[in-house]
Design a protein around this ligand. Structure first.
Ligand code: FES
Length: 257
């Protein structure tokens, strides 16, 4: 792991009210980040020592895209950065999605859980042995459809006023003999999910009821981001695990969901 280092901000804009789209230049992270991993950003305010974790949403050349909601003082600081500013970065951190199998990957995302899945889609797009189907539920981040359409073989989305991702799973994957989005190239289906915990629990349960393996990217309150503060523990079937190091991605079996 490369030590904490400085990265240059390339652009910052508001994607939707309260949602920031930030691009920074970091050749090391660009080369090494796996989908589902995160990076720590450190504020330039010396009174705030704790970093904030951000899932990687896209990598293009040396440019890393992060998409996040402004939820407190740290994220507010980052949303106010400007092109040309520098910021300290550590990462990539954590265990990302396991996409080692030839399969059809179904990316099930809710709200701000969608951006990290877009990076998974981007990596799958480069492979000839894998397909990707995105099932997205959201209220107000409609950018997701157009971005997902660039990377995924198929995208189905739903507005939260009309249903949720379980509606989409039933509609597009629930059929007993195939489904309208095709079987993928290998016939095997794996679900990757990121979103609010109740949504991911429902997705994991839907998946196991349909004998489909699932991987869930947990969101945890974090301190250090690399295993030394124990701020991020989560109960699993193998006891308490650190989301920052053992995750953030866990299988439904590991979580006992
Ligand atoms: Fe410090 Fe996980 S955030 S141990």
């Amino acid at each position: 792991l490369m030590p904490r280092h400085s990265a240059k901000i390339l652009s910052v804009r508001e994607l939707a009210p309260g949602i920031t789209h930030l691009v920074l230049e970091d050749a090391y992270v660009a080369r090494h980040a796996a989908a589902g991993q995160f990076i720590n950003l450190y504020t330039n305010d010396p009174t705030r020592m704790m970093p904030r974790p951000f899932g990687v949403s896209a990598v293009e050349g040396d440019a890393i895209t992060l998409i996040f909601a402004v939820v407190g003082s740290g994220t507010l600081d980052f949303s106010r950065l400007r092109a040309g500013d520098s910021i300290d970065v550590l990462g990539p951190l954590g265990r990302g999605f396991d996409m080692s199998r030839s399969a059809r990957y179904v990316l099930v995302g809710g709200g701000l859980g969608i951006p990290p899945l877009l990076y998974a889609a981007q990596q799958l797009m480069a492979r000839s042995d894998a397909d990707s189907l995105a099932l997205l539920g959201y209220r107000d981040i409609r950018y997701a459809d157009s971005t997902a359409s660039r990377y995924c073989d198929a995208v189905r989305s739903i507005d939260e006023s009309e249903g949720n991702v379980i509606t989409l799973l039933n509609r597009h994957l629930g059929g007993l003999d195939g489904d309208e989005c095709g079987e993928g190239k290998s016939g095997e289906t794996i679900i990757l999910s990121c979103g609010p915990h109740p949504m991911m629990k429902a997705v994991a349960q839907w998946a196991s009821a349909h004998a489909i393996p699932s991987q869930l990217s947990l969101e945890a309150r974090m301190g250090c981001g690399f295993g030394s503060c124990v701020a991020c523990v989560e109960d699993t079937v193998e006891g308490r695990k650190k989301v920052c190091m053992d995750g953030p991605v866990f299988t439904a079996d590991e979580l006992g969901w």
